[in-house]
Design a protein around this ligand. Structure first.
Ligand code: DQA
Length: 152
């Protein structure tokens, strides 16, 4: 099983970006923890970060043929990008949405996620641990789906 982890805009700044909101862990540190958990779960992961909407979309298209699902923190594109939603839905792979912060406890413009209605699940508010919880959830979901297909 293979999962792609996508990080959207400004997440490359983690560690120094608003640490009171996002914590002090760097993106490289988070990716390391994701890889360690993937090894524990017996799955493969690949991670990618971009500040560019189109680059994220291109990567989703490229990865779709070789991954079973996506774990995505779309950053601010969560609240704005119909194109990103269309890409995720269009490639037909389940995705889990994650956020370091609880977007419902912040400014009103962050409370709406365009991705949420089509997400297999959402994890938010646990800092970097949101990614790890999301990865566990997506893995369970994909394994359940695979069992369902075998039985059918
Ligand atoms: C974020 C929340 C978004 O509103 C924000 O634009 C981000 C990070 C989070 O992980 O809490 O860039 O997705």
């Amino acid at each position: 099983m293979r999962i792609a982890v996508l990080h959207g805009p400004n997440l490359n700044l983690l560690g120094t970006r608003e640490p009171e909101v996002y914590g002090r862990e760097t993106l490289a540190g988070i990716d390391e923890r994701i890889r360690a958990l993937a090894a524990e779960l017996g799955i493969e992961v690949e991670t990618y970060q971009s500040n560019v909407e189109g680059a994220l979309i291109d990567r989703i298209h490229e990865l779709a043929g070789r991954v079973d699902g996506f774990l995505i923190n779309a950053g601010a594109y969560t609240h704005t990008s119909i194109a990103l939603l269309d890409a995720l839905v269009g490639v037909g792979r389940p995705f889990v949405e994650v956020h370091l912060s609880n977007i419902h406890g912040r400014e009103a413009f962050r409370r709406r996620s365009l991705l949420a209605p089509r997400a297999a699940g959402i994890v938010m508010g646990f800092g970097a641990d949101s990614y790890l919880l999301g990865l566990r959830g997506l893995t369970l979901r994909l394994r359940a789906d695979a069992r369902g297909t075998e039985e059918a």
